[in-house]
Design a protein. Structure first.
Length: 134
């Protein structure tokens, strides 16, 4: 794994969210590199993902699934969507900057488990709700 991707994993485990937890703790926990690799293995086991495929990851968090594909599947067009602005900001800053085919969008939906992490206004959302993704 290259140094830049290793640095992104390091940032997930060291940067603090507005709640005071690391971004990794806030978005699900576990070793982000292991979680990332396991998600990729699971998806590839059950789905054929041809070259230049499009992936929609609803509830992408900080982009750990994207990280699993980042190094060896730069051909993918990945769209990660989440309700937590901090997660989307992180993913755009680190993952999209690494590969512009991996994009992230904020959505104005809600989830009782994650509402405490939503500190900014929803009018900055790309989509109002999941139903708007037509």
């Amino acid at each position: 794994m290259n140094d830049q991707i290793q640095e992104i994993f390091a940032q997930i485990t060291t940067l603090k969210s507005s709640s005071g937890e690391t971004l990794n703790e806030t978005s699900g926990g576990g070793d982000p590199e292991v979680v990332s690799k396991n998600w990729k293995i699971l998806i590839e086991k059950h789905l054929e993902i041809p070259k230049n495929s499009k992936i929609l990851d609803y509830g992408c968090g900080v982009g750990r699934l994207a990280m699993g594909f980042l190094e060896d599947r730069s051909d993918l067009n990945y769209l990660g969507i989440d309700i937590v602005p901090e997660f989307i900001e992180f993913a755009r800053k680190y993952i999209t900057d690494y590969n512009e085919n991996f994009k992230f969008a904020l959505i104005g939906d809600s989830n009782a488990l994650y509402q405490k992490y939503i500190t900014s206004k929803k009018e900055n959302s790309t989509f109002a709700r999941f139903q708007d993704l037509k």
